[in-house]
Design a protein around this ligand. Structure first.
Ligand SMILES: Cc1cc2nc3c(=O)[nH]c(=O)nc-3n(C[C@H](O)[C@H](O)[C@H](O)COP(=O)(O)OP(=O)(O)OC[C@H]3O[C@@H](n4cnc5c(N)ncnc54)[C@H](O)[C@@H]3O)c2cc1C
Length: 435
């Protein structure tokens, strides 16, 4: 990997997401050599991916070069590398660009979509966890409308304009709301010769309420907001199969659609070599102690979505969200500095700052530890918080200007088919998904 030997201990961090970057920053100007590996050369601000999928934002306004984050940090090295395996005995990380040894290893690999083994949904459905996937979804949505214009078959046309989003968590709710706004404000103008009133946005939730991780009042209000926008909310229904055209469920309800978005589950991104049964928890997460050490290893740590730190308050680990990843990253960074100074490490304590979701223009729900509120003020709070946590001044300015423009003009001008998406091209000859 062409990284010089150093007299300082080497910390290898896998993953430049929320956790990895928060952690790396704490090692600046310390007696440490830090090597950050990521398969992308950018940090992806996942909470705004749905806006890329729906033409509200360009992808480069929610992505930020990892090299720029580390600019000016002495003894820091970034390598664009896909980590394939960990040799825990030899203390080496094996990647597609070569191997590297470590004194301390930090796993911050995040999570990926969990299709629960359903091959039909995995192959034919759309996920929205990465920027390429969001761009695929954007293209597919727009291509569907172009296609709908061309067919005389009413059933086919309806299927092209029928959207099924599976999963009533924040991602599903936000995407459904954005699509409903497009249907109302943009489609009639863009496609005057198509009866876009027939477009249907269906949000399917297996449980009996949306946003199950939030308060009852937030769930109720989010559902009201969505129904007000014309979204069909289906609760207590489980999607069973999808063949690219028809969605079947565990009830008599079926949907004919060319677009199924799967937002119903995630699982940790595991790495070969650190996958013994004893350390894997539900959803593939790695069991860690209160100092983020992976069970059985003193020099290997895990943070964020990939880590499961069980406590009385969080028996299944912390929520797979940005705040726990950031707070864990900071705590681990401080602990590693303490380790260098030969001081004892501090146990992690999660500070719950609340959660929020937006449904659309002037419509959001916010649960803070002491207050819960919904509507216009919640929407402004949602926007402020997302701008605050976006990495990079330019990104904040661009997103802010886009939001003001979209608000004033009732528009989303990034509805561009830059790279056409074809489902049949998705699976390569080895049967692996390409996006
Ligand atoms: C659509 C969507 C909306 C969301 N909305 C919210 C929200 O509103 N609020 C909220 O708090 N959370 C939200 N989340 C969840 C939040 O984004 C995650 O919890 C958070 O990103 C976890 O941070 P992390 O550091 O653990 O992992 P990530 O931020 O996912 O970073 C993981 C990094 O590891 C890299 N990586 C993975 N595997 C390898 C490998 N083998 N080799 C090299 N590099 C690798 C990846 O490229 C990535 O850069 C959302 C997630 C999604 C997908």
């Amino acid at each position: 990997m062409n990284i010089p030997q150093s007299s300082f201990p080497r910390f290898v961090i896998i993953g430049g997401g929320f956790g990895g970057i928060a952690m790396a920053k704490k090692l600046r100007n310390k007696d440490a050599q830090v090597v950050l590996l990521d398969k992308h050369n950018y940090h992806n601000f996942q909470p705004l991916l749905y806006q890329v999928s729906t033409g509200g934002l360009e992808p480069d306004s929610i992505a930020y070069p990892i090299r720029k984050v580390l600019q000016g940090y002495p003894n820091f090295y970034f390598r664009l590398a896909n980590v394939e395996e960990i040799d825990t005995k030899g203390k080496r990380v094996l990647t597609n660009i070569g191997d590297i040894s470590y004194d301390y290893l930090i796993l911050a690999t995040g999570s990926e979509t969990n299709f629960f083994g359903n091959k039909g949904i995995e192959t034919m459905g759309m996920a929205m966890k990465t920027i390429p996937q969001s761009l695929n979804l954007r293209s597919l949505i727009l291509e569907n409308f172009e296609q709908a214009l061309l067919t005389d078959d009413l059933h086919e046309r309806d299927a092209l304009m029928n959207f099924v989003i599976v999963g009533g968590g924040p991602t599903g709710v936000e995407l459904a709301g954005a699509l409903a706004e497009i249907k109302k404000g943009i489609l009639p103008k863009d496609y005057p010769d198509l009866d876009t009133r027939r477009a249907q946005i269906n949000l399917v939730q297996a449980g009996d309420r949306l946003l199950p991780a939030m308060s009852e009042v937030a769930s109720r209000k989010a559902e009201q907001f969505l129904e007000g926008l014309g979204v069909n909310v289906w609760k207590n229904i489980r999607v069973a199969e999808y063949d690219g055209k028809r969605v079947t469920t565990n009830t008599n309800t079926i949907f004919d659609t060319y677009t199924l978005v799967w937002a119903a589950g995630v699982q940790a991104v595991g790495i070969k070599g650190l996958d013994a049964k004893e350390i894997l928890c539900r959803g593939n997460r790695l069991k860690v102690n209160q100092f983020h050490q992976v069970e059985g290893f003193e020099e290997i740590f895990a943070i964020g979505d990939v880590a499961q730190m069980e406590s009385e308050e969080f028996p299944n680990g912390h929520p797979m969200m940005a705040q726990p990843a950031i707070q864990q990253g900071r705590n681990l960074g401080e602990n590693l500095v303490r380790l260098l100074d030969e001081k004892p490490m501090k146990p992690f304590k999660y500070k719950d700052k609340g959660s929020m979701a937006t449904v659309g223009r002037n419509k959001a729900v916010v649960d803070l530890p002491k207050f819960k509120f919904q509507g216009v003020f919640a929407w402004f709070v949602w926007m402020f918080v997302h701008l605050y946590f976006l990495i990079g001044f330019r990104n904040r300015v661009v997103v802010f200007i886009n939001w003001v423009y979209n608000y004033v003009r009732f528009d989303r001008e990034a509805r561009l088919i830059i790279r056409p998406f074809k489902k049949q091209n998705r699976v390569d000859r080895r049967g692996l998904m390409q996006d």
